[in-house]
Design a protein around this ligand. Structure first.
Ligand code: F6R
Length: 609
């Protein structure tokens, strides 16, 4: 995820662009840059680091006379954060400059074609391909060139371009990435998100998928993907800038919960072949990795560990490989039995968690092949692992993880299916079936998000309770541990998660009249067993919120509240059943007046032991 901005008008462009970039920094902050149209051609200034560093560089460059330019703040995907990989990227002759948010899936194909035509690349990015492609397609009309470029791109993108020969003009388009045009008086902007335009206007147009827009100070022309002029409705923002940063949501956590379909879609999109098979070969992870191994060790902390537990169930049941799952702080001091016959999978949103990084080093030192599932590009775990598989969840701002957790799950499913193929425990057709289901998962997550209002109502009923219990079996047991952690960290409610069958061995004594018990029953293998466990809770006065899927006939006396989820293959239910639990923690936290995005005593990246 990156942020793009552009300005054209009568005032100096650089300060407006910098102001816009500051508001977009939440979308990425490993590098930043801008390009300005000047009398002497296009002037590009860019740097690794934050917008603050870009601002110093721009100030150091002295007065630059320019009323039109584009800017970018980067969350690296292709190519590590560096000055040369920062955007904008320019054509070889420097007359075209471009910024991009998204991922170009066929960039290698295009790069090879352009190189054969003599184009010399200066960066490792997918974006630079688009700058050169635009230059090839440009014959004096930016809209025509952009339409031509869009036809040749696969992937997701929002693009903005300036050319040296069309003063005060910007051309932009998008597919599956946000883009708006800010409508001012004699000045207009383009941006990834509303806060960036609020320096000049509160009025904006939402660019539709495939549409191309020509933006000048006095006119905004929108074209459909066939090049026909269309009219667009102008909308008006009624939030303040703080609200706008969160896209109209009250907190980053809820915004990120709602972003989960995209996080999962982006994490799997380029990793399933046209023939519906998992493909992690660009990360160097293929059948060879799993064919002859003895064990898989999954190591992580907190929510990432719970994602790992769900991964363990998938690996064991699908690929029949024994999996040891460990919290990293224990693993590193446990004198672990791990060597060159094993694979160690570490999972981390930040890639900087001290215990996880130490565990990775320990596993590597003992000869295991290491695979890191990481969200932050070029982070320590990503750099040090033998193989890194990025989750494309984009920057996660709220301290409590939601969308990165979901992206981790989806990558673990792909890994488990790869392992099952390598070991022959599933047939290619069975794997294809699961991959097709996995491609539908983002839509099912979307559907599941509709339970938010219902969970808000339930939060209102139970938010004052001092304790809550979560129960589940099989894959559901892994998810309830994550749900319980969320309630503790966000709402400061004492909660515990148990395997349903364990209740009778002690914890059932804590259930009394009115105790809230959140019960998952989504694992078909264990559905009936879990229903019996729920009955024992109900018989002791527990107030049961039952979350289930499938077409089970539910006895009305079994629970007090029923949440039905869409049906999907058993191991993928973890991606759906966690959503009502995230909502519950969020709304209980709101009702208890907690600091949702920055819970007390917690930090986003735990770089100490
Ligand atoms: C909980 C949460 C933490 C992290 C844990 C690991 O919502 O966010 O439990 O999951 O601190 O962090 P990473 O994934 O950065 O290694």
């Amino acid at each position: 995820m990156c942020g793009i901005v552009g300005f054209t008008g009568a005032k100096q462009a650089a300060p407006v662009l910098l102001k816009g970039l500051y508001t977009l920094e939440y979308r990425g902050y490993d590098s930043a840059g801008l390009s300005l149209q000047t009398a002497g051609g296009i002037r590009t200034i860019k740097t690794k680091g934050r917008v603050e560093e870009l601002e110093s560089k721009v100030n150091a460059a002295g007065e630059i006379e320019s009323c039109c330019g584009i800017g970018h703040t980067r969350w690296a995907t292709h190519g590590a954060p560096s000055d040369r990989n920062s955007h904008p990227h320019n054509s070889m002759d420097g007359t075209i400059s471009l910024v991009h948010n998204g991922i170009i899936e066929n960039y290698l194909e295009l790069k090879t074609m352009l190189q054969a035509e003599g184009v010399v690349f200066k960066s490792d990015t997918d974006t630079e391909v688009v700058a050169h492609l635009f230059a090839k397609c440009y014959h004096g009309d930016g809209v025509a060139a952009m339409l031509d470029v869009a036809k040749q791109l696969r992937g997701s993108y929002a693009l903005a371009v300036i050319t040296a020969d069309h003063k005060n003009e910007m051309i932009c388009t998008r597919r599956d990435n946000p883009l708006i045009v800010g409508v001012g008086e004699g000045e207009n902007m383009i941006a990834s998100d509303i806060p960036a335009i609020m320096a000049i206007t509160k009025r904006f147009i939402v660019v539709g998928d495939g549409e191309v827009v020509r933006v000048r100070p006095e006119a905004i022309e929108v074209y459909d993907k066939h090049g026909a002029r269309i009219e667009k409705e102008i909308q008006t923002v009624n939030w303040d800038i703080q609200g706008a940063m969160k896209g109209g949501y009250d907190h980053f956590m809820i915004k990120e919960i709602m972003e989960q379909p995209k996080a999962v879609r982006d994490s799997i999109a380029s990793r399933i072949t046209a023939d519906d098979l998992p493909d992690l070969m660009s990360e160097g992870v293929g059948a060879e990795l799993f064919r002859d191994i003895r064990n898989i060790h999954i190591v992580a902390c907190g929510s990432a560990y719970y994602a790992g537990l769900a991964g363990k169930v998938a690996f064991e049941r699908l690929a029949k490989i024994p999996v040891m799952a460990n919290v990293a702080s224990e693993f590193r001091y446990s004198d672990p039995i791990i060597d060159k016959h094993d694979v160690c999978v570490v999972i981390s949103q930040s890639g900087e968690t001290a215990d996880t990084v130490a565990a990775l080093r320990e596993a590597k030192a003992r000869g295991a092949t290491t695979v890191a599932i990481v969200n932050v590009l070029a982070s320590t775990a990503a750099r040090e692992a033998d193989h890194v598989i990025y989750t494309w969840a984009g920057p996660e701002i709220a301290v409590a993880t939601t969308k990165a957790y979901s992206a981790q799950l989806s990558v673990l499913y792909l890994l488990a299916l790869t392992a099952a193929g390598a070991r022959g425990t599933l047939t290619p057709d069975e794997i294809r079936y699961y991959c097709r289901q996995l491609k539908r998962l983002p839509d099912e997550i979307e559907q599941t998000l509709l339970c938010g209002d219902r969970m808000k109502e339930l939060a209102q009923l139970y938010y004052s309770s001092d304790d809550a219990y979560f129960i589940g079996r099989g894959i559901d047991y892994m998810t309830v541990q994550e749900g319980s952690l969320k309630l503790k960290e966000i709402a400061y409610v004492h909660s515990e998660a148990y395997a349903g069958g364990e209740l009778k061995h002690g914890p059932i004594s804590l259930i009394e009249d009115g105790t809230p018990v959140i019960a998952l029953a989504c694992d078909p293998e264990l559905y009936e067993k879990q229903i019996s466990n729920i009955k024992t809770v109900k018989a002791r006065g527990g107030r049961v919120i039952l979350i289930t899927n499938g077409d089970y006939a539910i006895d009305p006396d079994l629970c007090d509240h029923l949440i039905k989820l869409p049906a999907c293959p058993w191991f993928m239910t973890a991606s759906l059943s966690v959503i009502p639990l995230q909502f519950l923690a969020y709304y209980v936290g709101v009702l208890r007046g907690c600091d949702i995005d920055k819970p007390r005593n917690l930090a986003k990246s735990v770089t100490v032991e």
